[in-house]
Design a protein around this ligand. Sequence first.
Ligand code: CMC
Length: 428
Amino acid sequence: MDKNANLTIGENTFALNILEGTESEKALDISILRKQSKFITFDDGYGNTGSCESRVTFIDGDQGILRYRGFDITELATNSNFLETSYLVIYGELPTASEIDLFQERISKYAKLPNEVISAINAQPKNSHPMGVLAAGLHALGGAYPDFCTNNRKADLERFDDSAALIISTMRTIAATRHRFLLNEEVPDFDSEERYCKNFLSMMFAKNSVSEEMPDSVVNALDLIFLLHADHEQNCSTSTCRMIASGGANPFASLAGGVSALWGPLHGGANMAVIGMLNQIHDAGDDGSRFIESAKLGKTRLMGFGHRVYRNYDPRAKILKAACDNALEALGVSSPILEIARRLEEEALKDPYFVERKLYPNVDFYSGIILQALGFPTDMFTVLFAIGRTPGWLAHWKEIAETGKKIHRPRQIYQGSTLRPYLSVEKR
Ligand code: CMC
């Protein structure tokens, strides 16, 4: 294929390089277009814009493919676990036995929060959303480890292995600390011999100590949810993280920004919104058909459906749909809203409105049902998404710190007033 494309504007023709990715994605390189032509491109919402070259994750939304570092998500979900996958996402290769041991050791070493961070978490107003507390906790954590976050790329990269382990480890401790504080309970001691998710579940729910019995099926269900969320290329929160990192900010500040970006209902907050929607349908005695009709009229959205990139079944939703049955059976929980979810999916997938727009269930459609069955309060669901997405955010922070040369700074098409004179208040 030609390595150039020509763009003709009026009487002038400009040659643009064509970039090709390893999975054959093609892009017009417009990096010198403005300099050459005084034109910029316009792509509201960035749906057609490649903001960077990245080696972390590949998605083919038309075919419903998701791969971390070249490994298919279904293969990882079947054979790997959250920590091993985190290592893969961050460092680019599956770890050797000694590499994973060292990674786990670091994660255990940093599981406890410094007292001043605990105070900062618990000082948040009583009605603060757990996502706000998580972002505040990350900032406080950076303050407690000033050597890890100097806003100097070279220095921050030198401490990256430690800061990455610290952040992965304490995202769950921040979440559990706040949860227990609101219940007026102590967080049980951490057990370094136990798995990441088992420790987290114990910190959240155990009555006595971390050694309390926690069935493997429960631990595995949470581990799977985290693994499936580990990265998703240039989504809203990851792009935010990269944007902040491009200004030279440290990983703690960059990830706190990612947490804030994830919060909204069109992004990570959808997992909470799905449960709200399913409960609303249940309480209204609707079999789902009335809700679907109002979504088709644009009065509401079918939460957990649709995706900017997938125009096919989200492969993560497929895995979670199957996991949902197993998890609920293992927990001995029956969920009336699971029935509603299944019926909604079935109806939507044969309705021309959803078919024509290629709207399929996304990762949030079934994850909330499992999280609810595990006992997590609904307003913590997005925090769990954030814990799962942490390795992805860290991988992208590292990619920017290692390869990014420029601060990210889009342009705009200004549509406001042109120059006008200032009027004193009497003349307005
Ligand atoms: N229910 C009903 N209609 C929808 C939905 C939905 N969930 N999603 C999109 N549409 C319609 C939309 O109204 C539009 O119709 P029309 O062409 O007649 O105007 C068409 O489909 C295209 O929608 P869009 O808003 O241009 O699509 P987008 O790519 O900008 O938005 C989305 C993607 C995920 C924000 C959107 O599908 C949505 O709001 N879904 C519900 C929220 C949700 O589940 N979010 C989680 C996303 S997955 C987790 C993550 O990565 O964060």
